[in-house]
Write a new protein. Structure first.
Length: 395
């Protein structure tokens, strides 16, 4: 008899579809395949020419990314959005897929730190000039426009000072100047603001944050109104390999099912926590777009239709040492530089997002060593108030 112990049985290497019978799974399957087999050369041509639908290679697209992108498209009122490997991949693709040497882009002066770094350090290396303007001051954007300006990139609510941009004014400036308006809608989310309905040409998300919502995936999404612009962003992303993982797309899609519930609950909690903190003797000031003492309150009401978000910032009546004691006094409040998790997280911009600035630079933005930013989660509000009271007792 032949010894077959070293043979590789055919059943081991031949791929087979999963048996499902007449019923179907309720939950979205994960499709990890990197390659897709086409039935014929003619069909492959048809796929590449857009006459037939079908995937070829996962870096160019895969079903879990498509499903997630279509769901975010629906929330944003967009078409043909794409999911990428991180929020920064989405910001980078929007800028570098569209702009070239000799072009100029204007950014909001309070953009996310890595977006600012990308603009100043990386775009500059590729011959793309950048300027910054205060997004609460439309005149500053108008003044920054140059003949070679091609794009404006802004966030609606700034981090961590929670100022609200004059979106209507900035959209007018972009339209008058014929430049693309790109909006990073991560903080606001389509629950509060849908940029494409207000003059934006490109919308960006860090899906990592509120949309996915559980701090267990890093993903981004970007969509453009104009098909040529969208194609440039897609081609650049595929070339540089900003591919999202099917597993992460699957997790984010699962997170989306509860996004509206999480958002509403976190927002209601944020409003109550902001009022609680404002009445606390150890607090010097509270910044929350839903409070009447917020510097952009009128704009919040006009723009965001009653939505005020889940982010609260505050300053303690104390210095850096008191801030450190506060963090240590309530370890149940994760001290983590992120936002949008189901649970409340606390961040300290002076030691994280804004640590590269000088103390004077931070002071100009209103960020002292006693300044905190809270991403409010969906906990019971009384529990949350008690956690903060416990933390503040150490100030
Ligand atoms: N945009 C904003 C407003 C952010 O807050 C962040 C991250 O904090 C990003 C983009 C980058 O997203 P990611 O961390 O998914 O790359």
């Amino acid at each position: 008899m032949t010894d077959r112990r070293n043979d590789i049985p055919e059943t081991l290497v031949r791929r087979r579809a999963l048996a499902e019978g007449v019923s179907r799974p309720v939950v979205t399957p994960i499709q990890p395949s990197v390659v897709y087999a086409s039935p014929s050369i003619d069909m492959l041509h048809a796929q590449y020419e857009g006459r037939e639908k079908g995937y070829t290679y996962a870096r160019e697209g895969h079903p879990n990314a498509t499903l997630l992108a279509e769901k975010i498209d629906a929330m944003e009122g967009a078409e043909g959005g794409i999911v990428l490997g991180s929020g920064m991949a989405a910001v980078t693709a929007a800028l570098m897929g569209v702009l070239g040497a000799g072009d100029h882009v204007i950014g909001g002066s309070q953009l996310y730190g890595r977006s600012l770094r990308l603009m100043h350090q990386d775009l500059a290396r590729f011959g793309i000039a950048t300027s910054l303007a205060d997004p609460t001051d439309t005149g500053a954007f108008r003044a920054a426009i140059r003949p070679e300006t091609k794009m404006i990139l802004v966030e609606v609510v700034s981090n961590p000072t929670l100022r609200v941009a004059d979106m209507e004014g900035i959209a007018r400036v972009a339209k008058e100047a014929g430049v693309l308006l790109a909006v990073d809608n991560t903080f606001t989310t389509p629950r509060a603001w849908r940029p494409l309905e207000h003059g934006a040409d490109i919308v960006i998300h860090s899906v990592t944050k509120l949309l996915a919502g559980h701090s267990d995936v890093t993903l981004g999404w970007v969509a453009a109104k104009d098909a040529t612009v969208a194609r440039k962003i897609y081609d650049f992303s595929v070339t540089v390999g900003f591919t999202p993982s099917p597993y992460e797309c699957w997790l984010a899609e699962r997170g989306l099912y509860t996004f509206p519930l999480r958002y509403d609950r976190a927002e209601a909690n944020a409003a109550m926590l902001a009022d609680h903190l404002a009445g606390h003797p150890k607090i010097a000031r509270v910044l929350y777009p839903g409070r009447d003492d917020h510097p952009d309150r009128a704009r919040v009401k006009a723009l965001l239709g009653g939505r005020t978000g889940n982010m609260v910032s505050f300053e303690i009546a104390g210095d850096g040492a008191a801030a450190n004691r506060m963090v240590m006094a309530a370890p149940q409040l994760p001290f983590a530089p992120t936002l949008g998790d189901v649970g409340t997280t606390l961040s300290h911009p002076a030691s994280s997002s804004h640590r590269a600035l000088t103390p004077e630079g931070r002071a100009a933005l209103g960020i002292s060593d006693g300044f905190f930013r809270v991403s409010v989660g969906i906990e019971e509000i009384e529990l949350l108030k008690a956690d903060f009271d416990q933390a503040l007792a150490a100030v």
